[in-house]
Design a protein around this ligand. Sequence first.
Ligand SMILES: Nc1ncnc2c1ncn2[C@@H]1O[C@H](COP(=O)(O)OP(=O)(O)O)[C@@H](O)[C@H]1O
Ligand SMILES: [Mg+2]
Length: 286
Amino acid sequence: MLDHLEDGIVVLEGGVVSWLNPAATLMFPGVADAAGRPLLEMVREHRINALAAKALQRGQEEAAEVGLSISNRTLYVRAVPLNAGGLLLLFRDLTRFRHLETVRQQFVANLAHEMRTPLAGLDLAAQTLADELPAEGDARLFLNRLLQESRRLQSTVANLSQLAALDDEGVPVDRAPFDARALVEDNALKFTNEGEVVMRGRSEGNRVEIVVSDTGPGIPARDLPRVFERFYKADRSRGAKPGSGLGLSLARHLIELQGGTIIAESTPNIGTRMRIRLPRGSLTSA
Ligand SMILES: Nc1ncnc2c1ncn2[C@@H]1O[C@H](COP(=O)(O)OP(=O)(O)O)[C@@H](O)[C@H]1O
Ligand SMILES: [Mg+2]
């Protein structure tokens, strides 16, 4: 069974490789027969060696994603201590998965970039037409529709660009004061037709918590884990509100970028509660 597994398996005993499966041999083709040799000679990657040493020293499982400098592969490595000082190493090859993720991110970034100019052109043309047309009539109606839809597309494209920039990771955190009203004018007010929207803020130690509760329709349990996904909109059939479904995924990215968390709690027909926790930090700009 172990011979046919795609994951690489290596057993270390007394600091040297005592057994490995064929998948591990393929992942680390440097030495013809690794059995009996030190781990580093086989994997040629100091971070894997360090991970193994840490697991042995602490006597507990350690795991990390490691990019191999020699072969350009990305591996997920787990080091599991065994009885009598032995160590089990498990290697999962994530190269293809990471590659697909990069392709997807680049595709979205390129698409957003390519759409920006023609959309701005459409908007400008429609605005110019708007100045020429009489205030009433069918043509004005269609034109307003044109303007409205092109703004909607522009805002979706702007959100996608922002997500693409966040995927790229090099985004610096800028902590500045902001108007908290804008926060509730997002989803809470949009989805709540009657009742109330309450926003609470408090600090506990070095963290602050912001909770936005509403008495809106709530989010069905099956949708709740997915509302932070890109383009995900719960319950499209029933009284759909305008929106691209990108807001919460952006919110989560921005919050996690600052070391915070956002969770959604919801009961259908009762309401929704968004809980945001952020580490306290000093402002980076006024
Ligand atoms: N406060 C809320 N009450 C009810 N449903 C909500 C609430 N917030 C989010 N949702 C659901 O989660 C989906 C995703 O939200 P979001 O990412 O902000 O996208 P959008 O607002 O563009 O639809 C919404 O379409 C809606 O179905
Ligand atoms: Mg929204």
